[in-house]
Design a protein around this ligand. Structure first.
Ligand code: DGL
Length: 279
């Protein structure tokens, strides 16, 4: 199935998964760039958050989510969740070979290295992503002299889920998290900040305001879209005409998925659009 090329292969959807609705920010960008493709999005809402869990648990969840999508005949897998990408990318690539697997961490590192002149880069992410050090490794693999500062920003996830992206409370939280990085900016010329979590693009405006104009914010979803496009072209699996469909799967709470998910996707999702699945 995964080796299928040509028209039949191209008709299959691209699978994309996240721990919840956050990955819809990634889906939004990739869909805009690749409007002909069909998408199948899975949010593991029953087990969210991944960002506070240990690597074995996150890996197990990621393999289960990916297996479900593979069983439905996807032609490629996008790991939209930074935590799952950081922890389980090698496992998923090996487990599902030859299915192409693209993770947001590699894409984010690529984008950060292109955006930074000084090579002093900050990564904002969940606790698990930060403690595993995957961003730091991925950035240094591309630029050996890079200096990477990582900051766990768990509260940003909750704020985005509440739909709070601006205002004094969000700004105060952002200042608190960014304070050590801003000191680094003055001292060492930190010039790039990676939004290393699915939820953070929603707070982009506030984070940019607090970080200041000389710091470039990197949202990896554009780079993910480019990587998907490149692989589709190379493997002759691109769907080249017609408007693509999107299917939504969730492991719990169809109503919440539709309500909060609409915010993240920037487009209405109805409860009827969401299919509940058991992994
Ligand atoms: N999707 C997660 C990430 O990008 C954030 C939410 C969670 O902790 O599950 O890291």
């Amino acid at each position: 199935m995964t080796n299928q090329t040509g028209a039949a292969g191209a008709e299959r959807p691209i699978g994309i998964f996240d721990s919840g609705v956050g990955g819809l920010t990634v889906l939004r960008t990739v869909r805009e760039r690749l409007p002909h493709e069909h998408w199948l999005y899975l949010g593991d809402t029953a087990r969210l958050p991944y960002g506070t869990k240990g690597p074995e648990t996150v890996s197990r969840y990621a393999v289960q989510a990916a297996s479900h999508l593979v069983e439905r005949g996807i032609k490629m897998l996008v790991i939209a969740c930074n935590t799952a990408s950081a922890v389980a990318m090698p496992t998923l690539t090996k487990e599902f070979a030859p299915l192409p697997v693209i993770g947001v961490v590699e894409a984010g590192a690529e984008a950060a290295v292109s955006a930074s002149r000084s090579g002093h880069i900050a990564v904002l992410a969940t606790e698990s992503t930060v403690s595993g050090g995957a961003y730091e490794r991925a950035i240094k693999a591309r630029r050996a002299d890079a200096r990477v500062f990582s900051q766990a920003c768990s509260l940003f996830v909750a704020l985005a889920e509440e739909g709070w992206s601006k205002g004094p409370l969000v700004e105060a939280v952002a200042r608190e998290y960014l304070q050590p990085l801003l000191a680094e900016k003055k001292r060492d010329g930190l010039d790039c900040l990676v939004l290393g979590c699915t939820h953070f693009p929603l707070l982009k405006e506030t984070i940019a305001h607090v970080a200041g104009p000389e710091v470039t914010l990197v949202d990896s979803s554009e780079t993910v879209a480019l990587a998907v496009e490149k692989i589709l072209r190379k493997s002759k699996l691109a769907r080249t005409a017609g408007h693509g469909d999107t299917g939504f799967l969730a492991t719990d709470g169809a109503e919440r998925f539709a309500r909060v998910g609409s915010l993240f996707l920037g487009e209405a999702i109805t409860v009827q659009d969401v299919e509940l699945v058991d992994l």
